[in-house]
Design a protein around this ligand. Structure first.
Ligand SMILES: Cc1cc2nc3c(=O)[nH]c(=O)nc-3n(C[C@H](O)[C@H](O)[C@H](O)COP(=O)(O)OP(=O)(O)OC[C@H]3O[C@@H](n4cnc5c(N)ncnc54)[C@H](O)[C@@H]3O)c2cc1C
Length: 495
């Protein structure tokens, strides 16, 4: 086994996790990353004293990181300090209609009951279902490779049978527990984690509600990038090499087996290759046609989740009405979400999600100021032009100012926009999608592509597009699954 070579394409969470684990096992690991820094969708940048996490703002599934670091005899606290948020999030339904979701669930249930009689009990039941579904999935499904469709469907059906009606959308499922439109939104916002409209998200994703309701909401001081830094330290400790500014242009095969990659005109030989790059990019751009498991039509069918319109603002003097996590909910929620997938037009009244890490972490902004990251889910099929960006940015700022009653525009010290074309440029994302392949109804987890190529031996996948799906924690699990694939494929030499 010793000194077998593994090439990993991409230094996102999945690539780094797989790299650290395989290096610890004695493989000679080289991670090739196209960008000048690591972390992929969890990159970070600083400007004028403000620091921003570019992608993920929610540290969810803490137990996944505990399990991962335990493989190395470590704990998350060996790398970063987690702060538990008192207010999980604030939701604006209108200027004077605000709800704060507290870490103390009994307080939340009291608020819910005041909004709709009987809802405290119903929502408690809903959250209990969510927890059992989550626990079941983590115990029996998440950490398993599935080799046949039968395996995968069987698991999914068991999961469904135990909990949610499989043909319901998440929105339909939630509406069985509360008729109050605001409360529905409180229970549905988590579908944003997977970039899906709740009307098209399978009810199984009600498991997501468990993430804040039972586990709590955490934040690593210094930002989400601390997770990336921890993984980089482990890669270095165990001797994995990370090469930046090294975009892979081709995966070369020999006798049906992955044998090397070409990057910057140099060949890197490999016994095993794991691609952490987007699935469609790997299949359609890095492999010759005869070696592709899936074609362009498949990528189109899977279509991306939504893309995102993101603004990074350094605001002098801060924005008082914002919490660490704040949502400004669209009045016409259905309209926004149909725009997100079907349309090529910008949303009229956007749903706005704002992360203000400086509320918890003084290191990310100058004293008394706020580093805010504004996120609006949009369709990846919108035409992204400088004029359209400017107009939409204006609309979103107006909306934040309207709700908070605070002027932002005149106090911007940092002012950056990141959207569809940036996703394509920075991550080779298919059509500029933000998160990866969709998990909408009839296109969900167990129908995701497998994490091994069906055409090329010893080519595996880790990351958001393969099982178990989208999210930092799931990218970690996908890497553990890809590592199992390498070990299985390497079994003869390990005996
Ligand atoms: C706006 C946004 C908000 C999110 N919010 C959350 C959240 O709150 N909580 C959460 O858990 N998750 C969240 N996510 C999802 C989570 O960030 C991602 O699912 C996860 O980080 C993906 O990790 P990955 O390992 O799949 O790789 P990625 O981060 O996608 O990295 C892939 C890497 O491959 C590199 N690459 C691509 N092509 C090549 C090539 N040809 N050669 C070399 N390198 C290449 C890319 O540059 C990139 O570094 C969010 C994502 C986004 C975009």
């Amino acid at each position: 086994m010793k000194n077998k070579k593994v090439i990993i394409i991409g230094a996102g969470i999945g690539g780094l996790t797989a790299g650290a684990l395989l290096a610890q096992m004695g493989y000679e690991v080289t991670i090739l990353e196209k960008n000048s820094s690591i972390g992929g969708r969890v990159m970070q940048f600083s400007e004028s004293g403000y620091t921003f996490d570019m992608g993920s703002p929610w540290y969810i599934m803490p137990e996944v990181y505990e399990r991962l670091f335990a493989h190395f005899g470590k704990k998350p606290s060996d790398f970063y300090h987690l702060t538990k948020l008192k207010t999980h999030y604030r939701m604006f339904f209108g200027k004077n209609q605000v709800i704060d979701i507290d870490e103390d669930m009994s307080k939340n249930l009291q608020q819910f009951e005041a909004m709709e009689k009987g809802s405290a009990k119903n929502i408690k039941d809903y959250l209990a279902k969510s927890k059992s579904l989550y626990d079941f999935s983590m115990k029996h499904v998440a950490y398993k490779n599935h080799d046949s469709m039968f395996d995968r469907v069987r698991f999914a059906w068991v999961r469904a049978a135990l909990s949610a009606p499989i043909f319901d959308s998440l929105e339909e499922f939630v509406s069985r527990y509360t008729k109050n439109k605001e409360l529905q939104k409180v229970l549905l916002y988590s579908s944003l984690f997977i970039g899906n409209p709740p009307q098209q998200t399978p009810s199984l994703y009600s498991a997501l509600a468990n993430i804040d309701s039972h586990t709590g909401v955490f934040y690593p001081q210094g930002g989400m990038h601390q997770v990336v830094t921890a993984l980089e330290m482990l890669c270095k400790e165990y001797g994995a090499t990370i090469k930046l500014r090294t975009p892979v242009a081709k995966i070369v095969t020999k006798d049906g087996c992955a044998s090397s990659v070409i990057a910057r005109n140099k060949r890197y030989n490999a016994d095993f290759i794991i691609s952490n790059a987007d699935y469609a990019h790997t299949e359609l751009r890095l492999l010759d046609e005869e070696h592709r498991t899936y074609d362009e039509q498949y990528a189109e069918y899977k279509r991306n989740t939504s893309s995102a319109f993101i603004m990074y603002f350094g605001v002098k003097g801060g924005v008082k009405k914002l919490k660490h996590h704040t949502f400004i909910v669209a009045n016409d929620w259905d309209d926004h979400f149909s725009d997100m997938f079907a349309d090529t037009s910008w949303p009229n009244e956007p749903l706005v999600y704002i992360t203000t890490s400086s509320k918890t972490d003084p290191s990310v902004a100058p004293k008394g100021c706020d580093a805010i990251r504004v996120y609006v889910p949009i369709s990846a099929y919108i035409k992204d032009t400088p004029e359209a960006r400017a107009a939409f940015k204006e609309k979103v700022i107006q909306r934040i100012e309207q709700m908070t009653g605070e002027d932002i525009r005149s106090r911007l010290v940092v002012d950056r926009v990141f959207t569809i074309k940036d996703y394509q440029r920075l991550y080779n994302s298919y059509r500029g999608g933000g998160l990866g392949f969709t998990t909408k109804k009839f296109n969900t987890g167990f129908l995701h592509p497998n994490n091994k190529s069906m055409k090329v031996r010893n080519l595996f996948y880790a990351g958001r597009d393969s099982l178990p799906g989208i999210g930092m924690g799931l990218a970690v699990i996908s890497a553990e699954l890809a590592v199992m694939r390498v070990m299985e494929a390497d079994t003869p030499s390990r005996k």
